[in-house]
Design a binder for this molecule. Structure first.
Ligand code: NAD
Length: 373
């Protein structure tokens, strides 16, 4: 694995400014002035895949956004197309299926394609969206293998379009505060991080339980948040990883993917992190033990409201719609014809995918994997 570049404070600062569109305060967590909604036309977003995340989170959020709107849909189910056209007043000309998708190139109403499909399909639809001349937002995990991420980055670069990953928490005030407390060493250097995300999964027939579509089990789905958490509170890239699979307590259900996974990162500063992800038990916590105190978010990764406290007392921050903040933040940068901050782009998505694969490698081999090479 090649050296992973640093999630720097500078990159982060460039990003948090964009998050402020619906915040009542005048500065972000780092004290930077907050921008406002952009004048002129809202960018048109087309959602690809109308499953639960599109239906229950993104479409409702797009009713609140200031810099973008729900302009189109891509679905393989005609009944869903009818329902969404009615519900969101979407013209027929802005409705595509997976075969006609590439014709989106001719649609001036659509500026951004948001890929919300099973993980193994992200690469194909991001590449096709870029080839159609659209900016792209891709859900997490960006892809299954780093090589796919590289192809997606290259396709967007070739088309001169920008690629963002659906890292909604980068625009969420409690998360931003945890980033600030850790990266600015408000309680001294971080010594230890506990960053875990898991839940008890339902329907065993869903694509999340199929390795070919999901790439793996809970690690690919929610473990990625635990990886992100350890990286964004330390502001460092891990230099090594060890990992262990948990037992399969329901072997019939978990034939294809892991049920539980534990891993440990070491960071250049000497900080260490310990993480759990699981489809069998609920856990959602980001805790940092520092030289002179501690801070914690719990819940830390869900749709909110998130909650936080420190060794000095509770963290008080506004409750926001994560998805609206994220899409507004990304679209604000696009409307300004600026470059997206690194921590929200495909480069960041690829860093995580490399780490997810390193965790699997460590668990499968039982070896400590050196991430510096
Ligand atoms: P879902 O199962 O609810 O929806 C998947 C959609 O893909 C459906 O509309 C389905 O019809 C379509 N699809 C097309 N081809 C398919 C195939 N071969 N097999 C299965 N479905 C197919 O899933 P979801 O929860 O909406 O997740 C979609 C993506 O969004 C995933 O990458 C997931 O990780 C991501 N997600 C992100 C968040 C977040 O908080 N950022 C939350 C949930 C999901």
């Amino acid at each position: 694995m090649t050296q992973l570049s640093t999630f720097s404070r500078r990159q982060f600062l460039a990003g948090v400014g964009a998050s402020a569109l619906t915040l009542p305060s005048l500065t972000d967590a780092f004290g930077n002035p907050l921008p406002t909604a952009q004048p002129g036309r809202k960018l048109g977003i087309a959602l690809v895949g109308l499953g639960s995340y599109s239906k229950n989170q993104l479409a409702p959020a797009l009713q609140q956004t200031k810099n973008c709107r729900l302009a189109g849909i891509v679905t393989g189910t005609p009944a869903k197309a009818e329902e969404w056209m009615k519900k969101y007043d979407i013209p027929k000309a802005n409705v595509y299926d997976y075969k006609t998708f590439d014709r989106i190139a001719d649609n001036k109403d659509i500026d951004v394609v948001y890929v919300v499909l099973p993980n193994s399909m992200h690469r194909e639809y991001v590449v096709r969206a870029a080839q159609a001349g659209k900016h792209v937002i891709c859900e997490k995990p960006m892809a299954i293998m780093p090589q796919e991420c590289q192809e997606m980055i290259d396709a967007c670069k070739k088309a001169n379009k920008q690629l963002a990953v659906g890292y909604r928490l980068h625009y969420e005030p409690f998360t931003q505060e945890a980033m600030r407390l850790g990266q600015q060493k408000v309680f001294g250097p971080i010594k230890f991080v506990e960053s875990s995300d898991g839940f008890r999964i339902g329907d065993p027939g869903q694509w999340r339980m199929k390795k070919a579509l999901a790439g793996g089990g809970p690690l690919m789905d929610v473990g990625i948040y635990a990886v992100q958490g350890a990286r964004y509170v330390t502001g460092e890239e891990p230099i090594s990883v060890t990992a262990q699979f948990g037992p399969k307590t329901e072997p019939q259900k978990f034939k294809d993917v892991e049920e539980t996974l534990f891993w440990q990162f070491q960071f250049p500063s000497g900080a260490v992190s310990n993480s759990t992800t699981s489809y069998t038990a609920g856990v959602e916590r980001l805790y940092a033990s520092c030289q002179d105190g501690w801070f914690e978010l719990s819940p830390a990764f869900g749709y909110g409201p998130l909650k936080g406290r420190t060794s000095k007392g509770p963290i008080e921050k506004p409750i926001v719609n994560h998805q609206a903040m994220h899409m507004d933040g990304v679209c604000e940068v696009l409307l300004q014809n600026k470059t997206l901050p690194d921590h929200i782009t495909g480069a960041e998505g690829m860093r995580d995918v490399k780490l997810l694969q390193a965790i699997y490698q460590a668990a499968e081999t039982g070896r400590k994997i050196d991430l510096k090479a």
